[in-house]
Design a protein around this ligand. Structure first.
Ligand SMILES: Cc1cc2nc3c(=O)[nH]c(=O)nc-3n(C[C@H](O)[C@H](O)[C@H](O)COP(=O)(O)O)c2cc1C
Length: 321
């Protein structure tokens, strides 16, 4: 098979896969450069940084890590082994987050092909989930997926979930009291015909109950209908051993691997990152915790089908210097 970065079609497939990754407020903060038809470079896009709620660039790195995982899968499906260097030039090109060299390997496994097929099916689902319990076997597969990327998925019991939901509500109040945050949220939501940001159809309803198990990303645009959500949401926290840029990139890869495994099982996910965003916004460091540094707060369950959030066309993701 030809090298995925050596032909126009191969590059388009790679960029299409990368571009479908989840990203904070659907900012799609990534750019790619193809070097000599041999390797791909992934850059963080400074123009798409959330300067208020993500001043350290943590969420940007997690988002780019998710896109990187898709690039790795696309390379495997094209019969190549992706050799990845994270932050290959930290002193020089600070925005260069990863370099991926492609080495011919042979056909992908059925499991790799199956995960790849989930890329276009995965969505963030902010609708109420039904009463079905996510089986322990599936949760165990999700934990394995996170662990194989150097992260840890910590499922929460009922007591810890109730505590965390209270904490999320307090953090949400803190965020909404900040005018700069509201302006940033408004700028990236309800963007009509834009190819990025979160459109109104993806907000889902507001929760009729307090605390809410879903983040109200339409908070800057009041007046939406409300609905009852599941009374016992299944929450888990994705953590990493450290809290540096390299950890954030690993968290993103772990997140995407885990979300694709979940999608394959018909399990939906949404996120409740308000405490992490508030902490970042106030420029507080994450206190070390026995279980690691929290990078994503995730709600799992079984939701109805939802429409796809918009994406920029693959050609727009290329950069040239
Ligand atoms: C680092 C990161 C943080 C996110 N935080 C939240 C969040 O707190 N609440 C939420 O509902 N979605 C959150 N999302 C999901 C994005 O909003 C979503 O990926 C984006 O809108 C694209 O939609 P899609 O996932 O359906 O493709 C987050 C995604 C990433 C990668």
């Amino acid at each position: 098979m030809s090298c995925p970065v050596a032909t126009e079609l191969g590059i388009r497939r790679l960029l299409t896969a990368a571009g479908q990754a989840p990203s904070v407020l659907n900012t799609q903060p990534w750019r790619f450069r193809i070097v000599r038809g041999e390797y791909a470079e992934l850059y963080g896009d400074r123009d798409r940084t959330l300067s208020v709620s993500d001043p350290r660039g943590r969420s940007l790195h997690v988002s780019c890590g998710a896109a990187l995982f898709n690039v790795r899968l696309a390379a495997r499906v094209a019969g190549h082994r992706p050799l990845v260097w994270l932050l290959p030039d930290p002193e020089g090109r600070h925005d260069l987050l990863a370099a991926v060299r492609m080495v011919e390997l042979g056909p992908p496994t059925a499991a790799e092909r199956d995960l790849y097929e989930q890329i276009g099916r995965r969505r963030t689902n902010r609708q109420p989930f039904d009463r079905r319990h996510v089986p322990d076997q599936v949760m165990s597969e999700l934990r394995t997926a996170a662990a194989s990327e150097g992260a840890r998925l910590v499922p929460l019991g009922r007591g810890a979930t109730a505590e965390l939901l209270d904490y999320v509500t307090i953090a949400e109040d803190g965020l909404l009291a900040d005018h700069d945050y509201l302006a940033e949220l408004a700028a990236w939501t309800m963007r009509g015909a834009y190819a990025d940001g979160i459109p109104a159809y993806a907000f889902g309803p507001r929760s009729a109950d307090d605390p809410s198990p879903v983040r109200d990303l339409g908070a800057a645009h009041p007046g939406r209908p409300s609905a009852c959500f599941e009374s016992h949401p299944r929450l888990a926290v994705l953590t990493t051993p450290g809290d540096r840029r390299v950890d954030w990139l690993r968290a993103g890869q772990a997140l995407q691997r885990m979300l694709l495994v979940a999608t394959a099982h018909g399990v939906s996910a949404s996120f409740l990152n308000q405490p992490l965003d508030l902490r970042d916004m106030r420029r507080r460091r994450d206190p070390y915790h026995r279980r690691g540094h929290a990078q994503m707060i995730i709600r799992f369950g079984y939701g109805p089908a939802v429409a796809r959030a918009p994406r920029r066309p693959p050609a727009e993701l290329m950069t040239s210097f």
